[in-house]
Design a protein around this ligand. Structure first.
Ligand SMILES: [Zn+2]
Length: 423
């Protein structure tokens, strides 16, 4: 019988001496024999072992399947005395995975590739491996890919925070530490960097990694109103315009609208009108007029008829949507000033008045939106993927793994982008 020679390509120093097929049991065994008397190296420290053999043991190593048949390499691994370790050690075999002596490097790599596209638990079931072992392969592979990871050229980025930890494991740390700062490329929509915590330093880390020269290429940074990010951009990116994210601005604004609505409802309304402005109707007031249904609009109109304060609140809220629809900064400013007048005239919107003043002070940042209409909030797709990955990663409670997984699934840390030459 002619024996397959390609096997010795992946097992340097060994040659195939026999092949057994267990067709009914579904596996193949390939017997290998060491053909060289070259010096052997220590599997622990990598130094040269003494030449006298102390012993040997038979090992069975799983490698890539051949036609649905589970394939095992069977060989004898020698033991020698290692002068460096001052102990008897097994010889180093380059084709055996450093994660487990029971699989080849190539097979481990393939398992990791599977974990790029499927959850670890599923991939483990599919290949008949232990989930924890699979997880280790996956983690190790991602760390290796990461060593060769180059951040793609970016000019427009968005910075977001993602809640990354469950409080119960890390009760003592500050709240910021429980977030990840996620940098994504606005052009490709993919995540390019993840750093731990939500702070100026977290974003600094990204700018530091890409270096001073590439920081100069960055034109736009979209982020929420968190001060740290803005400071980091001011320090690191001399040519960047900082834009506040619309979604976050609206979120804060709506919170203030709601606070004033609650106050009105509590202090100025009686009987029927009180009922119509609370509970399930609360959300109606936050809804954009054109998105309301006929019934919802009738409801709002009933309330407005009897109460001019609610009419004002309605005007103010619509005003905010109008500001975002302005064709340029000047028009937006006009609308904003007008909105301020409504707020002051009505004399009951304490929260909104506070909001308006703060916003007015920060107008210089806000106006950038009309130069670059970009949004930071991660696309829904990415957000959902991160949520799923988080659920999976929590099975192992490892933040470094979670971080790499986000880069892999939502970014460029995978075999589609990172060259495989180094494996
Ligand atoms: Zn050694």
């Amino acid at each position: 019988m002619r024996l397959p020679r390609f096997i010795s390509k992946i097992t340097p120093g060994f040659e195939v001496i026999d092949l057994k097929e267990w067709i009914s049991k579904g596996f193949i065994e390939i017997y290998l024999q060491n053909k060289e008397e070259s010096p052997r190296l220590c599997s622990k420290c990598g130094d040269r072992l003494n030449s006298a053999k102390v012993g040997e043991h038979k090992i069975k190593v799983r490698t890539l399947d051949i036609h649905k048949f589970k394939t095992y390499l069977i060989l004898k691994r020698q033991k020698h005395y290692c002068p460096t370790c001052k102990k008897t050690r097994s010889e180093a075999l380059s084709f055996i995975s450093s994660e487990s002596p029971h699989v080849t490097e190539e097979y481990a790599w393939w398992l990791g590739r599977l974990c790029e596209i499927a959850p670890v638990s599923r991939a483990a079931k599919f290949t008949g491996n232990d989930p924890m072992t699979m997880w280790r392969f996956d983690f190790k592979r991602m760390r290796r890919l990461f060593q060769h990871y180059k951040i793609p050229k970016v000019t427009r980025i968005s910075v977001d925070e993602v809640y990354a930890r469950k409080q119960k494991y890390y009760r003592k740390e500050s709240r910021d530490k429980r977030f990840f700062t996620i940098v994504s490329d606005l052009n490709s929509g993919r995540v390019v960097w993840v750093s731990e915590s939500r702070s100026k330093e977290a974003l600094d880390e990204f700018f530091h990694v890409i270096g001073e020269e590439r920081c100069k290429d960055i034109e736009v940074v979209a982020a929420d109103q968190f001060d740290g990010y803005k400071k980091s951009v001011e320090v690191n990116c001399p040519n960047a315009t900082f834009v506040w994210d619309r979604f976050h601005i609206m979120q804060t604004f709506e919170k203030y609208v709601n606070d004033d609505r609650a106050w009105l409802s509590h202090h100025l309304c009686q009987g029927e009108i009180k009922r119509l402005t609370r509970g399930k109707f609360k959300q109606l007031f936050l809804k954009k007029a054109e998105r309301r249904s006929k019934v919802e609009n009738r409801h709002i109109n009933d309330v407005l008829k009897d109460n001019q304060h609610f009419a004002y609140l309605e005007l103010i809220k619509e005003g905010m949507f109008q500001i975002y629809q302005s064709k340029d900064e000047l028009e937006a400013r006009e609308k904003f000033v007008e909105m301020g007048e409504w707020i002051r005239q009505s004399k009951v919107f304490y929260n909104l008045e506070k909001w308006w003043k703060t916003f007015n002070n920060n107008w210089d940042t806000f106006k950038n939106y009309f130069k670059y209409r970009v949004s930071s909030s991660l696309s829904e797709g990415i957000n959902n993927v991160i949520k799923t990955v988080k659920k999976r990663a929590y099975g192992y409670r490892n933040m470094a793994y979670f971080k790499l997984k986000i880069l892999q699934v939502c970014g460029f840390l995978n075999s589609n982008y990172v060259s495989m030459d180094f494996q």
